[in-house]
Design a protein around this ligand. Structure first.
Ligand code: BGC
Length: 723
């Protein structure tokens, strides 16, 4: 290949001028393909249009190398599933695997080879708008969900045209942006980077993810996209990754804004040397690298390496043998938004909801006394249910909460509706009308929260409280009807202290995709029970952020009996409003005393912890059994609790199951500065329960000697069995 041809492979161009979908490329664009100046397109779609583009690349370019077609298929292609943070709330990796499998099937039917998902960034600051795209705050939960998505998208073989290349993004601590400000700097210790932010990336790598995307931001002054130690050093040297690394949108050119390059050429060199293979849209590899390559054999070797990674991926996808395998218009027609896919979306949506409060057992409304009044503009908002990133999803495909509740209302029950004003500003007349109707209604369902436009990329908020219009509505309606069922629609953890105090019943629905309405109706009317759990702590106020149950202990621990000298706020309890792992259901469960298989183990010796859980209610139900670890004495202060296993398990009324977690001491390893991980000798405590703030029955294992490992502890998945 000529240098120009090689450089062409590194170029990822956008179909259309903006980020909008556009499959109609211009003649000038087709000439670019003929000239071999593009290796990949993003934000294009359509089996036929992309087939034609592929034909030009394969038949009319000199080298005949096929193109890679990419899109952000993040939680569905046409059948939109719940937003990622919602699916993570299912605490059920099989739900994510299924959503990813269907998404891949639909997207590949439309000619796509590559998705920019899973987003595996840890987010502990809900001001960050992109918290909606990931699995929340916990490295273990995120690792399990990352691996499940990779399995779902990539299947058993990437060469099969129903599977697509997945991307773990955005390496490495994009979610740690200071103050939750998107694209902002992350300043964190090496230990936190490796123990908290990187394990989910490693888990994706172990699951065989074919590509990684570097983050926009810098870590401690080192913009990831231009930093060899962060890309090559971690991915390729430490983890042996041999796939494709793509930059984020325009991120290579943005190295100039970061102030680490003076010219586009310098930026291109930094990124190529760092290990970035493909340039998403900034054009610097295309325009600025050639002159610098002349007489620079080291850089030429970097170029060859990058081209090698890109061609290998094309080969893994089978594109050299069958470049048109993804371009069957008949298959596209038959694959999108099928009844079967909708049914899966409904099921996964039902699994994603979290019942935060149900004090008077108002839910389920299986036999409501009187009619139902639904209040809130979000109840009738179709677009919001699609959330951030909606690929080819259409608002018209969505069954709204209002329609779902109306269609499935029990016989003889009428559903009426009051919008109650808009999101941002209070509309007094609309609020009054809602309150008036609420005063006489048999049952009130109040749907409040954020709309789709308040979370997602570049949608950070300085406050995670309800927007003013929603707050005014909620306060007024709950003053009149504290028995109203609150449905919280959101893409982030929110601070809702007043509602948490006043309302009897709060169901967190997140944003649930095309089948939002039927799924909400299933749960509200009791055909399904909610059993999701919080993948992130819900704060009492914005000022509590960042927040995680998994912080290290203070030397002066929180003590409600001490007014000074303890870890506290003067104006707020230090605990979250709703803790990580919290979630109720329509059944009740009791836990037995955990049993250990061995009380002392060597550093490589597996051991197990079993617990009996009994459904103490008269309704079949599902519980999410959670295993937490604590290393009480270590060379560094360790988190108060760390999730190390979970199982969503069905337990029939009145019956018991035994859940067994099989672990390895390597799951307690701590990061060492030289890149290794040390399993320390000594005690490990384990606690089991239905939530991070409700664990009991501590058992202790003694690790008899120390050992080294190279694997991030939180990325090691615990085996779980149920009897
Ligand atoms: C986002 C990425 C996304 C890319 C392509 C960027 O702005 O940060 O997550 O994959 O755009 O759409």
């Amino acid at each position: 290949m000529s240098v120009d041809q090689k450089l062409g492979q590194l170029v990822q161009a956008a179909g259309g001028r903006s980020k909008s979908l556009n499959s109609r490329l211009t003649d000038a664009e087709l000439d670019r393909v003929r000239a071999g100046k593009v290796g990949s397109y993003l934000h294009v779609a359509g089996a036929e249009a992309l087939g034609e583009l592929q034909r030009v690349a394969v038949e009319e370019s000199e080298h005949g190398i096929p193109l890679l077609f990419a899109m952000d298929v993040v939680h569905g292609y046409r059948t939109i599933f719940p937003v990622p943070i919602a699916i993570a709330s299912s605490f059920d990796p099989s739900a994510w695997e299924e959503a990813a499998r269907i998404s891949a099937d639909e997207a590949t039917s439309a000619g796509l080879h590559w998705t920019f998902a899973p987003m595996v960034d840890i987010a502990r600051d809900a001001r960050w708008g992109r918290i909606v795209e990931g699995a929340g705050s916990d490295p273990y939960l995120s690792s399990v969900m990352a691996a499940a998505q990779v399995r779902g998208y990539q299947g058993a073989s990437l060469g099969e045209p129903h599977t697509m290349l997945a991307t773990a993004k955005h390496l490495g601590a994009y979610g740690a942006a200071t103050g939750g400000r998107d694209y902002g700097s992350a300043d964190l210790s090496e230990r936190t980077l490796h123990e908290v932010y990187l394990p989910s990336f490693y888990a994706a790598e172990e699951a065989g993810v074919g590509s990684f995307m570097t983050a926009f931001n810098d870590i401690g002054g080192q913009p990831v996209t231009g930093t060899e130690a962060l890309v090559d050093g971690i991915l390729r040297d430490q983890w042996d990754f041999d796939g494709l690394v793509v930059s984020d949108w325009n991120a290579i050119a943005e190295l100039l804004n970061h102030g680490v390059a003076e010219t586009r050429g310098e930026a291109a060199v930094l990124a190529l040397q760092a290990g970035v293979d493909m340039d998403m849209t900034s054009g610097v590899f295309e325009t600025d690298l050639k002159a610098i390559l002349d007489g620079n054999p080291a850089l030429t070797a970097d170029l060859d390496r990058a081209v090698g990674h890109i061609l290998s991926v094309k080969e893994r996808l089978g594109l050299f043998d069958q470049p048109f395998a993804y371009h069957d218009a008949g298959r596209e027609e038959a694959s999108l938004l099928t009844e079967e896919n909708r049914a899966a979306a409904r099921d996964i949506a039902a699994r994603s909801m979290v019942l935060l409060k149900n004090e008077s057992q108002t839910l389920p409304l299986s036999d409501p006394a009187g009619d139902i009044l639904v209040i809130g503009t979000l109840a009738d908002d179709h677009l919001t249910q699609l959330g951030s990133w909606r690929a080819r999803g259409e608002a018209g495909d969505v069954i709204s909460i209002l329609d779902g509740l109306t269609d499935a209302a029990p016989d003889g029950v009428t559903v009426s509706y009051e919008p109650g004003g808009n999101i941002q500003t209070a509309d007094e007349d609309a609020v009054d009308a809602a309150v008036q109707a609420a005063e006489t209604a048999g049952n009130v369902i109040l749907v409040i929260g954020e709309d789709y436009d308040l979370s997602g990329e570049a949608r950070s908020r300085s406050s995670v409280e309800l927007p003013a219009g929603q707050k005014a509505l909620a306060d007024a309606v709950l003053a009149a009807r504290p028995d109203a069922v609150v449905l919280l629609v959101t893409g982030r953890a929110m601070a809702i202290p007043d509602i948490a105090e006043t309302a009897d019943t709060i169901l967190l629905t997140w944003m649930l995709g095309v089948e939002a309405g039927p799924a909400v109706a299933d749960v509200v009317y009791g055909a399904r029970a909610p059993a999701g759990r919080l993948p992130v702590d819900f704060p009492r106020a914005t000022g509590q952020l960042p927040l995680t149950y998994s912080e290290t202990p203070s030397g002066r621990p929180a003590n409600p009996d001490l007014s000074v000298d303890s870890n506290r706020y003067m104006d707020l309890p230090i605990t979250p409003q709703f803790a990580f792992g919290h979630g109720l259901t329509y059944s009740t469960f009791s836990y037995g005393q955990p049993q250990l298989s061995k009380s002392a183990v060597g550093p490589q010796e597996a051991f197990s912890i079993s617990v009996d859980i009994t459904n103490t209610s008269d309704r079949d139900g599902e519980d999410v059994v959670q295993l937490y670890m604590r290393d009480p004495v270590s060379r560094t202060s360790r988190p108060k609790k760390e999730l190390r296993g979970f199982k969503r398990v069905a337990i029939p009324a009145g019956q018991s199951v035994t859940v067994t977690f099989t672990l390895s001491p390597a799951q307690s390893a701590t990061y060492d500065d030289d890149g290794s991980w040390l399993i320390e000798a000594g005690r490990l405590d384990f606690m089991i329960g239905p939530s991070s703030d409700s664990t009991s029955g501590q058992v202790t294992v003694e690790v008899t000697e120390a050992a080294e490992t190279r694997v991030p502890a939180a990325a090691i998945e615990t085996e779980v069995s149920v009897q």
